[in-house]
Structure formats: structure tokens, C-alpha cells
Design a protein around this ligand. Structure first.
Ligand SMILES: Nc1ncnc2c1ncn2[C@@H]1O[C@H](COP(=O)(O)OP(=O)(O)OP(=O)(O)O)[C@@H](O)[C@H]1O
Length: 637
């Protein structure tokens, strides 16, 4: 038995939110208040919203009314397999504990009077602070192996089998009223001899099956990034593409790649021990790469091209078995990808396309060495012998410089609209609120939004648990996603949010990029991020594909002052009203630019057009402080 062969996992945890309980939509008094008085006494750091009796709190929590979270809480959204023992300690379930080096180990956290979560880490290798995920960068290699070192239990989770019926595969949401306005966005292509843009999908000369799949996906006409990106990729050019969130970047790279593979008659073969994909697609988070895989699966439906996905938190054995069944397009998070390459299951000699989605993220954060390791993997074609494609809505100038190392010198830079600009279909509002008043403000806000789908972003994993638990106590059907939740829980949380079972999703930055969830009408920044690009991505979870959306951000001048200047720029460029108090904040000096001194708020265009590009080639692109602060949730596996 190979070391990757494992037992299949037990079935996925069932999630059962409160039924028939919609009191949270009505008056404040019905929000479940008075059940124990918030913030006092001892409770659990995170509580399940899956109680079938509609009571979100267990008896001990109710008795004591509390939020003083005990235990490194991960239990939100669980079923009745109790995750905590009576005294609040975790109990073992399925042998999953502690594989992130102790994120779950910290105990005794509580919400202080000043509104801040204070975790008391214990010595069991507990919470490692903000860089917890970073420390596991590239470290997926061992995590699925049996716990020989006593610390890394084998991951046995196998995601549920995907539905095969066409309705599920091609389900999509409608383009919005502003879809046609995409045509008015200014487009700039820089670099030598760019090919002519296409105006229609017919001009893309897709083969019949691809054309049929595009049409079944509800695509009638290409978006600007597709009009320009498809012919550039089809012409064999390297590309760095920047287009606003939700404007169809995924199809812009998938369609020309799949078209070329089909035209060349590649076919997945399971007769080979080692699979040699023609395309590698990388993204920074598990949930995003899974989504990209589903898009690839949709567009290649009924063809001989076979996409496969690999990412952390799922049984490696299962994923390798999937690869062995044939693999032309391998989608993955970098750590797991390097793992399967390292195990000799994937060869790179046939590789023609290397795609980095959220490319600025992939090259930021000090992960650049990991990316270099990947492109330096044995058998990886040199940049001259492969086509490298990068996509994002944001491209800080320093990252553009770094990215150029991975691209041929004659790469094209495609800018649709303002590089780093916010989606113009998202109405952006700001509320001045101190950290003490944020929870009340959030409840008030959710009262007005009712059952509309809302993503609430918070800064830390612990706070995500806490706020989700708080909302559940207030009878708001809520789930959460963050890097300390097990993969099955994350997938369940996303499924419950998508289905509307839980219309509120509390998330850390792990959900900021790329996720394409239908009908997200609102994004709330309970905590503003430290980084303006992160803000752009977060609010881009709404207002997608021509639909309109709304983002409300809680601004606490004591904490968020350093972001004010960039926010004013973002709002102005999106032609939105800038609150006078926010402008004053900039001029009063509380908006310091010292946080990220080397970065301009936006690269307005292709960095090569700016004189500094060559001069700064050797300058380190990674800003350690910024990287560390923004690294809370990214995972490299
Ligand atoms: N030409 C099209 N016609 C109709 N719908 C489209 C078209 N192109 C893309 N879409 C849909 O628009 C939605 C957003 O696309 P996608 O997720 O690729 O955006 P994105 O630009 O990658 O966003 P982000 O920057 O957030 O990652 C998806 O549901 C996708 O299926």
C-alpha cells in the first residue's frame, strides 16, 4: 500500500440550522435578547448554529449567558457530535485535532470589556498568532501522513461526490443590469503587438463542445477581460491581466486554454502511472481553487480534457487517485501541488500553461520563494518554453516587478478599468463606529437587510467564531469560514451560505478573494483590513457580473486611520461620495502612510510604463510588515 492510500472518510457532517425561526428579522426585542445577558458569565467561544430546536445556545451557555469563549473554538456549525466536553475542553472526533500546529490548542480566550478577544494560549503548541497559516506555508507534505510524529494526524476527509447532472454543472446566476456597461470601461493593453480583441464568442473560434458549454453557462457575450484576454492567450502570449472583481477573469483564461487543448486533441489517459498535465492553475485558497476547478469541469464537460483539483485539508490519497484517472488541467493550492509533484505522481514535461489566479497574492507575503521553488521543480519548462498567465483585480507596482521574473520579456499587460480599483457596481458606505459599538451596529444593519445574503468580514479567526456565535444567539442564521475550520466545515459553511440556509457568513480574509457566490447583496467590513487591496477584493464578493451590491464598512479612527487616504482614493476613482469625516481624517494626520511606505495606493497602469521599473528590479518586493499583517488567513496548501 502506498503511503497515500487511505481509508475513506466518514460522511460529511450534517448541518441543521434553526428551523422556522425568523425572529431575528423583526424587532430588536425579538433578537433573542435577554437570554442571559450578553458578554457576561462563561460561555463558549463559538457555538453551533445547528441546533434543531431553534435554540442556538446550549444550556450551560444559556445559564451563564456568556460569550466568554472558552476553548479554541471551531465548533460553529457542527452537528450534535459534541465537540466540546462538559468543561469546555475539546474532545477528539475523527482524529483531526491539532494539525495546524495548534491553532485549536489555545484555550481560555475571552471577550474583554474593551471588546477585544483575548486568547490565553496554553503551552500545547497553541495559537501561533497572525502568521499561523504562513508558518504552514508549503508544509502540506506531511500533514496527511499517519501521525507518526504524534502531531499530524492523517487527513481523511473526502469531499462529497460531485453531481453529474447538467443542471447542477451548468447552474449559474443571471448577469445584472450593469453587464452591458462593462463595454464602456476603458481598456489598455500594453506591450508589443497585441492581437486584436474579439467582440463575440463566435470570433473566439471555439470548438463545438466548448461553444455549447459556454452557451449552457449563460454566457452570451464576452466581458472586456475575455474580449482581450482570450485572443492574447490564443496567440501564445504571456499575460498579466487586471480587471475588476466579478468581471469574468476565470473564463478569460480557461476558455483559450481548453480550446487549445481540444484543438490539439489532448485526451486524459488513466493508463499512465505518472500524469503529465498540460496546464497548472494555482490560487491562494482552497475554496477558490475548488471553484476554479468546478468552472474548468463545466467548460470541459463532454470533452476528453480532464481537470483535477488538489488542495489541503482533503485526503491526499483521494486526490492522487483522482489524478491517476487522467489529468490535463491540474488546479491546486501551491503546497498540495508541490506535494503531489514531490511524490512523483505528477510530471511537468508536457506543461504548456502556468496560470496564477490572484497573482499579486501568490507573489506577495513572502511566498515568493515558494513560487520560485514551484517553477524550479524538476521538469518544469522554463518561462521561455511555457505560457505564463497572471490574473487579479489588484497589482501593486512592486508585485508587478516581481511577477515579471516569471514572464517572458514581451508579456502583455491588460488593464480593464483602473488597476486596483473597486468594482463600480458596489455602493460603498462607511460608518464611524468604535470597536465597543460594532456588535450593536452589526445587529442593526442585519435587521435592515433581513434574509439577504451578507458576508461579514472580521480580522481574526477567533473573532469570526465569536461574531458568528453572537449572531446565532441573536437568532440570525449564521455560519462562518476561516482557516482554523476543518475543510469539511468550510465546505459545509459555503454550501449553507450559497443555499440561503444561513444567509449570513462571517469570514476572515480567507474568503476575501475570488469566491463567486450568487446573490451576495451585502458585504460588511466589521473590521476593515489593513491593506487597501484586500478591501477591494472583499467588497468585490458583491456586485458581480453586472449585478449591483452594497458594502458597509465600520471605520474606527483609532485603528483604521492609516487606511483613510487609500479609501478616499478608492471612493473618488469609483465616483462615489466621500464622507467629509473621512476626508478630515486624512487631513487631520490620523491617516498615516507609514504603514506601507513603499507602495503607492494604486499602480495606475503597467509598471513598465513607469520609469522606475528597471531601476528597481532588484528591490525586494515583499514588505514584511504588510505581509505579516495581511497574512492572517492565507494558506499555502
Ligand atoms: N461572459 C459572461 N457572461 C455571463 N456571465 C459571465 C461571463 N463571464 C463570467 N461570467 C460569470 O460572472 C461571474 C464572475 O466571474 P469570475 O468569478 O470569473 O470573476 P473574476 O473576475 O474572476 O472575479 P474575482 O476578481 O472576484 O476573482 C461568474 O459567475 C461567471 O460565471
Amino acid at each position: 500500500m502506498d503511503d497515500w492510500e487511505e481509508e475513506e472518510t466518514p460522511t460529511v457532517t450534517t448541518y441543521s440550522p434553526p428551523e422556522g425561526n425568523d425572529s431575528w428579522k423583526s424587532e430588536r426585542s425579538e433578537f433573542g435578547r435577554g437570554r442571559g445577558g450578553r458578554g457576561r458569565g462563561r460561555g463558549r467561544g463559538s457555538e453551533s448554529s445547528n441546533h434543531t430546536d431553534g435554540d442556538s445556545w446550549n444550556s450551560s451557555a444559556r445559564e451563564t449567558g456568556g460569550f466568554r469563549g472558552r476553548g479554541r473554538s471551531r465548533g460553529f456549525g457542527r452537528n450534535n457530535q459534541s465537540e466540546f466536553s462538559e468543561n469546555g475542553n475539546e474532545v477528539n472526533e475523527n482524529g483531526f485535532r491539532g494539525r495546524r500546529g495548534g491553532g485549536r490548542g489555545g484555550r481560555g480566550g475571552r471577550f474583554r470589556q474593551d471588546g477585544e478577544w483575548s486568547g490565553q494560549n496554553d503551552s500545547r503548541g497553541g495559537y501561533r498568532g497572525k502568521d499561523e497559516e504562513v508558518l504552514s506555508a508549503g508544509g502540506d507534505q506531511n500533514q496527511d501522513k499517519d501521525g507518526a510524529d504524534g502531531e499530524r494526524p492523517r487527513v481523511t476527509y473526502v469531499p462529497p461526490t460531485l453531481p453529474e447532472d447538467e443542471d447542477s454543472i451548468f447552474s449559474h446566476y443571471e448577469t445584472g443590469i450593469n453587464f452591458n456597461k462593462y463595454d464602456e470601461i476603458l481598456v489598455d493593453v500594453s506591450g508589443l503587438n497585441p492581437p486584436q480583441a474579439i467582440m463575440t464568442f463566435e470570433e473566439a473560434r471555439l470548438c463545438e463542445s466548448l461553444k455549447r458549454n459556454v452557451s449552457k453557462s449563460g454566457y452570451v457575450k464576452p466581458t472586456p477581460v475575455q474580449k482581450h484576454g482570450i485572443p492574447i492567450i490564443s496567440a501564445g502570449r504571456d499575460l498579466m491581466a487586471c480587471a475588476q472583481t466579478g468581471s469574468g477573469k476565470t473564463a478569460a483564461f480557461l476558455l483559450p486554454i481548453l480550446q487549445q487543448l481540444m484543438a490539439d486533441g489532448v485526451a486524459a489517459s488513466h493508463f499512465s502511472d505518472i500524469q503529465e498535465p498540460e496546464a497548472l492553475i494555482l490560487a491562494p485558497t482552497r475554496d477558490l481553487i475548488n471553484q476554479i476547478f468546478l468552472e474548468a469541469r463545466k467548460f470541459s464537460f463532454g470533452t476528453c480534457v480532464r481537470p483535477v483539483v488538489v488542495y489541503g485539508g482533503v485526503s491526499t490519497g483521494h486526490q492522487i487517485r483522482e489524478i491517476m484517472r487522467g489529468c490535463n488541467v491540474l488546479c491546486g493550492t501551491p503546497g498540495r501541488l508541490m506535494d503531489v509533484i514531490g511524490r512523483g505522481k505528477v510530471g511537468l514535461s508536457k506543461l504548456r500553461y502556468l496560470v496564477l489566479d490572484e497573482a499579486d497574492r501568490m507573489l506577495d507575503m513572502g511566498f515568493e520563494p515558494e513560487m520560485r521553488k514551484l517553477v524550479g521543480s524538476p521538469g518544469m519548462p522554463s518561462k521561455e518554453d511555457r505560457q505564463t498567465l497572471m490574473f487579479s483585480a489588484t497589482y501593486p507596482e512592486d508585485i508587478q516587478r516581481l511577477a515579471a521574473d516569471f514572464l517572458k520579456t514581451d508579456y502583455l499587460f491588460l488593464a480593464v478599468g483602473i488597476v486596483g480599483g473597486a468594482c463600480s457596481d458596489v455602493e460603498q458606505k462607511f460608518v464611524q463606529v468604535s470597536k465597543f459599538a460594532k456588535r450593536e451596529q452589526l445587529l442593526d444593519l442585519l435587521k435592515t437587510t433581513g434574509l439577504e445574503r451578507t458576508m461579514v468580514f472580521v480580522e481574526t479567526k477567533r473573532l469570526a467564531d465569536f461574531i458568528a456565535a453572537f449572531l446565532c444567539q441573536e437568532n440570525v442564521p449564521t455560519t462562518s469560514i476561516h482557516g482554523d475550520r476543518e475543510q469539511r466545515e468550510r465546505e459545509q459553511a459555503l454550501a449553507d451560505f450559497r443555499s440561503g440556509k444561513c444567509p449570513v457568513l462571517v469570514a476572515t480574509s480567507v474568503a476575501a478573494r475570488g469566491l463567486d457566490i450568487p446573490d451576495v447583496q451585502h458585504v460588511v467590513n466589521f473590521d476593515l483590513p489593513k491593506d487597501i487591496d484586500e478591501y477591494v477584493h472583499r467588497i468585490g464578493r458583491t456586485g458581480r457580473c453586472g449585478n449591483t451590491g452594497r458594502a458597509v464598512s465600520f471605520f474606527d479612527a483609532d485603528v483604521d486611520g492609516q487606511l483613510a487616504r487609500s479609501l478616499v482614493t478608492i471612493l473618488s476613482k469609483a465616483q462615489q461620495e466621500v464622507p467629509s469625516w473621512l476626508e478630515e481624517c486624512v487631513f487631520s494626520g490620523s491617516s498615516s502612510s507609514s504603514y506601507n511606505p513603499c507602495r503607492k495606493p494604486f499602480a495606475s497602469t503597467d509598471s513598465r510604463k513607469m520609469g522606475s521599473f528597471q531601476d528597481n528590479q532588484n528591490q525586494s518586493a515583499v514588505q514584511p510588515a504588510a505581509a505579516a499583517a495581511a497574512a492572517e488567513e492565507e494558506e499555502w496548501e
